[in-house]
Ligand binder design. Structure first.
Ligand code: HEC
Ligand code: HEC
Ligand code: HEC
Length: 415
């Protein structure tokens, strides 16, 4: 009976894929639905996330930001701003995260866990900088340093001309080293956080719900009478290493395929279920498939020509400046590594993949890797891409290759 169903399904699939039966027997290609989208289409941002549209600015999918100015703005006289207002503005988190996200700034350095991605400006008032230099550095630092990490505050409309003058006036008052009230205030002394939890203990990791749910889903039959179990009755042994080999280049889709998109497309082609990416069933099944591979060192294909090309594209994407803040992945995950930015410690890229999908304690939710990419884009005020975009596939393969050898440990726990 089961063999009969299997044969019927298999033949249906192979015929649909246009392969001869003999060929199919030899290769047993994994059934995949190759429809246009594996996520909500058109993609709509998650409820609770900032709703603003940033389509004026670059995304990982397209280039839209206005080019950087070529020349500094000429000032006609000295900057006469209100330093007291400037002191407030540099610490205003609603303005792109505040200057203190990256700089210590004298008295303002005592608030809000200042960062150390950028030079300490506590004595900038003694440095003999021209007003025009300071003004333009804040307005759009790219006129002096095309690769700067600092967002173009003026060009991208975060601050008005008058506000920038107020901040420059404040900077000119900074003439003494910052005095920190406690070690916590000083980013050079602040201890780095340690996430020390047993992520596979269900009592400690609420994300373990997804393992149980995935296990249940495995056996739930669709109206057509199929479940994953129909064809894979022993997932624990069949898929003991599989997730650790993902993502991989998929010629039928002409892009890199990750576990979550695989789940959508394979379920559609086999059980007929519609488990779109970023919905609960998809997340649960992804967690479960990763969970089965726990302890297996990550080993993705980095050798084939397609994989090499995808990784090269991924590397380029990590350097692309996106969003209103005009930042690249590498601005934070490269330049800012082992530093404090916006009150957060930036960890090493190694170790940022092996625990996905992961439980977010601050959000009480499981996030897969694509949702993390999306958040890192929206967080710098850039539009995210749909989770199944080819760009995220390239990024994911690159990140996985960087994490090669680390043992899968899913679901992780992260703040
Ligand atoms: C994302 C990190 C980041 C943020 C946020 C940031 N800066 Fe910077 N800033 C830098 C870096 C890095 C430099 C060092 C020079 C460079 O890389 O261009 C710098 C340099 C500067 C300089 C030039 C210093 C000099 O020696 O001449 C000034 C002035 C400055 N920042 C002011 C500001 C102000 C004002 C804000 C807030 C409106 C701000 N910065 C926010 C990263 C940042
Ligand atoms: C109608 C049969 C059928 C059903 C139902 C089915 N699969 Fe598969 N699955 C296959 C075949 C055929 C392959 C190809 C590899 C093989 O021969 O095992 C495969 C391969 C896989 C693989 C390995 C993928 C790879 O890259 O080779 C995973 C993981 C998987 N299936 C998970 C699932 C899950 C999860 C479900 C439930 C949503 C499911 N399968 C339902 C037939 C099925
Ligand atoms: C403004 C700084 C910033 C930028 C730009 C940024 N990120 Fe992040 N990212 C963070 C912070 C902060 C975290 C959380 C702290 C951590 O886990 O290291 C994080 C976390 C992550 C994680 C999860 C790490 C983990 O261990 O759970 C991944 C993966 C990631 N980012 C990828 C990216 C990618 C890809 C890009 C470019 C599209 C990007 N980020 C751009 C700041 C940034």
């Amino acid at each position: 009976m089961r063999a009969g169903i299997l044969a019927a399904v298999a033949i249906g699939i192979f015929v649909a894929a246009g392969l001869s039966e003999a060929n199919a027997q030899a290769k047993r290609p994994t059934p995949l639905d190759t429809g246009p989208s594996a996520s909500m289409s058109p993609w709509k941002r998650y409820p609770g996330w900032p709703a603003a549209d940033y389509s004026k600015y670059n995304t990982l999918g397209n280039l839209a930001s206005a080019p950087a100015p070529k020349e500094p703005i000429k000032l006609t006289g000295p900057v006469e701003g209100d330093a007291a207002k400037g002191a407030k503005l540099v610490a205003d988190r609603r303005r792109g995260g505040s200057c203190l996200a990256c700089h210590v700034m004298g008295p303002a350095g005592n608030a809000d866990l200042p960062g150390n991605v950028a030079p300490d400006l506590s004595e900038i008032g003694n440095a003999g900088r021209e007003d025009e230099w300071l003004y333009n550095y804040v307005f759009d630092a790219r006129v002096y340093n095309p690769e700067t990490v600092m967002p173009p505050w003026g060009s991208h409309g975060f601050f008005t001309d008058a506000e920038i003058r107020d901040m420059v006036a404040f900077l000119k008052t900074l003439k003494a080293p910052a005095v920190f009230k406690t070690a916590l205030d000083n980013p050079e002394k602040r201890p780095q956080p340690i996430e020390k939890r047993d992520n596979l203990d269900p009592l400690e990791n609420p994300g373990m719900w997804a393992v149980e749910k995935g296990q249940e889903l495995w056996k739930v039959k669709t109206t057509a009478g199929f479940s994953c179990n129909t064809c894979h009755s022993d997932p624990a042994s069949s898929f003991k290493t599989w997730a650790a080999t993902m993502p991989k280049w998929e010629p039928r889709l002409n892009k890199v395929l990750g576990v979550e998109e695989f789940v959508t497309r394979h379920a559609k082609a086999t059980t007929g279920d519609t488990w779109l990416m970023e919905t609960d069933n998809n997340r649960a099944m992804s967690v479960y498939l990763h969970f089965l591979a726990n302890g297996t060192p990550i080993k993705v294909d980095t050798e084939s020509a397609e994989a090499k090309a995808a990784i090269a594209r991924g590397v380029e994407l990590t350097k692309r400046k996106v969003g209103a803040l005009n930042m690249a992945c590498t601005d934070c995950h490269g330049i800012a590594v082992n530093k404090w930015i916006r009150g957060q410690w930036m960890g090493e890229p190694k170790g940022q993949y092996d625990h996905f999908p992961t439980w977010r304690t601050s959000l009480l939710a499981v996030w897969d890797i694509r949702q993390r990419f999306q958040w890192c884009s929206v967080n710098i005020r850039g539009n995210e891409l749909p989770p199944d975009s080819k760009e995220y596939g390239d990024l994911e393969l690159y990140l996985a290759s960087q994490n090669e050898g680390l043992k899968m440990s899913v679901p992780g726990i992260r703040h």
